[in-house]
Design a binder for this molecule. Structure first.
Ligand SMILES: [Zn+2]
Length: 280
């Protein structure tokens, strides 16, 4: 089976530059932010932005996805934050549709003390509303979380409940290896990952998983900390990443979000990952 390992690409110099960088590194897939991820405000996409991006991507990639900005919280009990978050997801769907992206990745969010059931209900309503209001074939993938305090989507059962409530085939899952490990799912051995994927299949259905975030973890099993590490350098380590790459997850496109100083270093990260699979 051919591994499809891509990476997060910067959009400095224009959205289309992300695709040029991905081609420079020979990546089969890549992820972008379609706007500044640190604020609520953003300029509209121009016709040139769209045309340049489509020209640059034009059939050259197996999968392209965007990641939602950091501020939206689809589980927020605060009305104003929630309203802005749903609006932000709708805008991301409009952008993804214009750019021809396959997936949008969204963190499930934090209920901020309002309780997990209320949080799940709000996320489901947010995604249903957004998917119903924007005509787009692109998927919204909920990313499993590391188990931070009040987080809604670190347990597979909770993500499964949310997806069931959404009732739309365009709702899916992005599986982040670092977050899963930090949330207490021991995927660091071949037996461990087989067991974890069995739990995932029961709680969500493996077919709902469309994308993998391939990251090592700076934090220990069950730590609840979201700290990405470079491939083979963290607690998953070389054997853990190898187990991931030999599992069913490897059938899916994978995106590296490991802490590099420059996007070009993702070429080394891909090489590091591929070398693990070739090793005896
Ligand atoms: Zn991630």
């Amino acid at each position: 089976m051919e591994l499809k390992i891509g990476a997060h690409m910067p959009i400095t110099g224009g959205l289309y530059m992300s695709a040029e960088r991905a081609k420079e590194l020979g990546l089969p897939a890549f992820q972008i932010f379609t706007r500044n991820p640190r604020g609520w405000r953003y300029p509209a996409l121009s016709a040139d932005d769209v045309k340049n991006f489509k020209d640059a991507t034009n059939g050259a990639f197996y999968a392209i996805n965007s990641h939602m900005p950091y501020l939206p919280n689809l589980a927020s009990p605060k009305e104003e934050t929630y309203r802005l978050s749903v609006e932000s997801l709708k805008e991301e769907l409009r952008r993804a549709s214009a750019l021809g992206l396959n997936f949008i990745v969204a963190h499930v969010g934090s209920h901020l003390g309002a309780g997990i059931d209320e949080g799940k209900r709000r996320v489901a309503a947010a995604v249903s509303d957004a998917l119903a209001s924007v005509d787009c074939s692109c998927f919204v993938l909920l990313e499993n979380m590391a188990g931070q305090k009040n987080s809604v989507g670190s347990r597979f059962e909770d993500i499964g409940d949310i997806i069931e409530m959404i009732k739309d085939d365009r709702a899916g899952v992005c599986f982040d290896t670092c977050h899963a490990y930090a949330a207490g799912y021991d995927i660091s051995t071949e037996n461990g990952i087989a067991e974890v994927l069995g739990k995932l299949d029961n709680a969500i259905g493996f077919k709902r998983v469309k994308l993998v975030h391939l990251n090592d973890s700076k934090a220990r099993l069950g730590s609840g900390l979201d700290r990405h590490e470079r491939i083979g350098k963290g607690f998953l380590g070389r054997s853990g990443i190898r187990a991931v790459l030999k599992s069913k997850l490897a059938e899916l496109p994978m995106i590296l979000e490991t802490p590099v100083n420059d996007y070009r270093e993702y070429a080394d990260e891909v090489k590091a990952a591929l070398s693990l699979v070739l090793e005896k």
